[in-house]
Every structure is written in structure tokens, then in C-alpha cells.
Design a protein around this ligand. Structure first.
Ligand code: ZN
Length: 81
């Protein structure tokens, strides 16, 4: 009954990031079933903080975790929904 949540990078469609750096800056917590669904259907995923992004990149070790996602994740009741 554990909450299936993974950390994913904050990815953007090409052309929306003007910094010229395509490396995800931050990780967001996303429900694992949503990740699976996105991988199959190509839909966007919604992070705990409400951020919406496509699953197109692998997490880069060492990147910071979204503080809002972390706060929400830590407030989730164990085994709850
Ligand atoms: Zn987030």
C-alpha cells in the first residue's frame, strides 16, 4: 500500500527554453502509474505540484528536487491515496 511516486525531470518541448541548455533543471514527483500511462500513450504527466510536462528524458543524477513537490510528497499519508 505504498504510494507509487517517482521523481522525474522537468522537461519542456523544444523551443520553449531560451537558455540553450536542454538539461532538466529540476525533478518533480509524479505518480508512477501516470509515468507508465505517459510512456504508453505519449500524454503529458502532472507532477504533485501541478507542473505538466512530457516524459521524454531520463532523470539526471544530482539535479535538485522541486521543493513544492517534496513538500507535498512529505505530507502524503502513508499508504493513502
Ligand atoms: Zn514539482
Amino acid at each position: 500500500m505504498t504510494t507509487q511516486t517517482q521523481v522525474l525531470p522537468d522537461t519542456r518541448p523544444d523551443g520553449t527554453d531560451t537558455t540553450g541548455d536542454d538539461t532538466p533543471k529540476m525533478f518533480h514527483y509524479v505518480r508512477k502509474d501516470k509515468i507508465t500511462e505517459s510512456a504508453v500513450t505519449g500524454t503529458l504527466v502532472v507532477a504533485l505540484c501541478g507542473e505538466v510536462f512530457p516524459v521524454t528524458r531520463s532523470p539526471k543524477p544530482g539535479s535538485p528536487v522541486c521543493p513544492e513537490c517534496k513538500r507535498i510528497f512529505n505530507n502524503l499519508p502513508p499508504g493513502g491515496d
